[in-house]
Design a protein around this ligand. Structure first.
Ligand code: PEP
Length: 253
């Protein structure tokens, strides 16, 4: 089955509300040229409502950078899935390496976030990735398998909304080092195989797997040429219109 490409921008802890609105307006303008791909932006929580207004009824999707699993309650600093749908989000990044490594989020916590998102109609963009030490120690596949099995324990991905996976090698995030297209493809194919093993093959064939880690307009085409790379989760290069436009406008080689 043909999987639609998805280019998602993670703005992290950047942009004022005015900057976010301006950037979102440009993303809408550039994306309007394409009907064969999906585009999403993940502004900081403070800008979600303002960006939702800019996106309006355009196909550009609004994503949050994290999501809790409860609807409401005493969880200082967290945002519930119900609050996110209320503001117009249909996607949420979960398990980003910065959440795992800076804030100590565990696989178990990430599993709860994924379940919470899906239960409320939000597509989780479930991030996984190995550190440089793990790669050099030949543990990449074991680490990823563990992250996937724990993160998806008891998760039903047969319905809607869809679960999206983002393979983001930690050593490539914000470092300027991108995995080569071959390295990324090898891992994406492994991930798809594992999803087929845990669930079933047809479902694995429908699951979008994004690559993330220093994606730029000059490496997106070759990455998108790989059979199992279905799009990109973009950090730094999503913060400037010119660079994000170049990525949205990819043509797979
Ligand atoms: C990210 O944070 O998800 C990411 C991929 O960042 P960058 O593109 O800056 O490496």
């Amino acid at each position: 089955m043909e999987r639609r490409a998805l280019i998602a921008g993670n703005w992290k802890m950047n942009t004022t509300i005015a900057e976010a609105q301006a950037l979102a307006a440009e993303v809408v303008r550039v994306s309007a040229k394409f009907t064969d791909r999906d585009v999403a932006v993940a502004p900081p929580f403070t800008a979600l409502a303002a960006v939702a207004k800019i996106l309006g009824k355009t196909p550009v999707r609004l994503a949050a950078q994290n999501v809790h699993w409860e609807t409401s309650g005493a969880y200082t600093g967290e945002i519930s899935p119900a609050m996110l749908t209320d503001v117009g989000c249909s996607m949420a990044i979960v398990g980003h390496s910065e959440r795992r490594h800076i804030f100590g989020e565990s696989d178990e916590l990430i599993n709860r976030r994924i379940k919470g998102a899906l239960a409320h109609g939000i597509s989780p963009v479930f991030c996984i990735g190995e550190t440089l030490d793990e790669r050099e120690g030949d543990r990449t596949f074991a680490v990823l398998e563990n992250q996937i099995r724990c993160g998806l324990a008891g998760v039903d991905i047969t319905g809607t909304p869809e679960l999206i996976i983002a393979y983001e090698p930690v050593w490539a995030i914000g470092t300027g080092k991108t995995a080569s297209a071959d390295q990324a493809q090898e891992v994406h194919s492994f991930i798809r195989g594992l999803i087929g093993e845990i669930y079933e093959k047809t479902l694995a064939g429908q699951t979008r797997i994004l690559y993330g880690g220093s994606v730029k307009s000059d490496n997106i085409n070759i990455l998108m040429g790989e059979a199992d790379i279905d799009g990109a989760l973009v950090g730094g290069a999503a913060l400037a219109v010119e660079s994000f436009a170049g990525i949205i406008s990819f043509s797979a080689t």
